[in-house]
Design a protein around this ligand. Structure first.
Ligand code: 13P
Length: 282
């Protein structure tokens, strides 16, 4: 149907008590697999790339892949820069045609995070490109970013951060982490509710791989309207390739194992879309 920005799909999710699934993609097969899942579920969807993914193939490659898949799709599709690590990278993504941008100044002191985030939000606003930013620190390892000292989002700081930066959505740190969890994550649900009570823009949950389904649902009930999944997709894709090659060690046609990898990713993304409650919303 359309290659769109993430703003309207997140606003609708926010108003109607579900979340849009945001899925990290690394290559053409993952793009195709995620969009196929969204179409089969009739769900709006966000595809996103981190800076290290961008380094792997370049912004124009992901843009071209996602745009082509979106234009053929019967559901709204957005392309988001995940964890934009600098003003320059955010602007490159914006100029390339990404329809949604995250600037991640969460490692910076509060005032510097505000200044960087505001600069990106001001630059994107005239074209209606939505900007997500993070306050507090989501733990774990995502990309080149290894956070050993996670810090939860302070609700009062969140109010000031949103007012002063003009962002359109806020990633909150409530105890999730990127990557694989050792044991079950303990999420600060009361903190999430308190932030939701004070901040009116859509809220984003990072680090959802490995979070129990019921905890993700509870976060959505408490006001999350975008949920990010990366690690589980990478695992699903790799398992597809491994399983095929184990059965067919002499195979050499990338289309053969690519197809299996896509099936694994599509099946996983369909499950995640159901957990988000975005099925049947497009
Ligand atoms: P996971 O790798 O834990 O799914 O985190 C995804 C994420 O938050 C991407 O920004």
């Amino acid at each position: 149907m359309a290659f769109v920005t993430s703003e309207q799909m997140m606003a609708l999710a926010d108003q109607n008590g579900y979340a849009v699934g945001a899925f990290n993609v690394e290559n053409m097969e993952m793009v195709m697999a995620v969009v196929k899942a969204a179409e089969e579920m009739r769900a709006p969807v966000i595809l996103q790339t981190t800076p290290s993914t961008v380094k792997y193939a370049g912004l124009p490659m992901y843009y071209a892949n996602v745009k082509a898949a979106a234009e053929r799709a019967g559901v709204p599709v957005a392309l988001h820069l995940d964890h934009g690590s600098s003003f320059e990278l955010a602007m490159q993504a914006y100029r390339t045609g990404y329809t949604s941008i995250m600037i991640d100044g969460s490692k910076l002191p509060f005032e510097e995070n505000i200044a960087l985030t505001k600069r990106v939000a001001d630059a994107c606003r005239p074209s209606g490109i939505p900007v997500e930013a993070e306050l507090g620190k989501v733990g774990g390892k995502e990309d080149d970013l290894d956070v050993n000292d996670p810090g939860y989002t302070d609700p009062e700081d969140a109010v000031r951060f949103v007012q002063e930066t003009g962002i359109t959505s806020l990633a909150v740190a409530i105890g999730t982490a990127h990557g694989i969890y050792k044991g079950e994550p303990k999420l600060d649900m009361d903190r999430l509710s308190e932030i939701r009570g004070k901040v009116s823009i859509p809220l984003v949950l990072h680090g959802a791989s490995g979070v129990p389904d019921e905890a993700v649902r509870e976060c959505i009930r408490r006001g999350i309207s975008k949920v990010n999944f990366a690690t589980e997709l990478r695992i699903a894709y790799s398992n597809g390739v491994k399983d095929f090659l184990k059965e067919n060690p002499d195979a050499f046609d990338p289309k053969k194992y690519g197809r299996v990898a896509m099936e694994y990713v599509t099946a996983l993304v369909k499950e995640k879309i159901k957990i988000c409650g975005s099925d049947g919303r497009a």
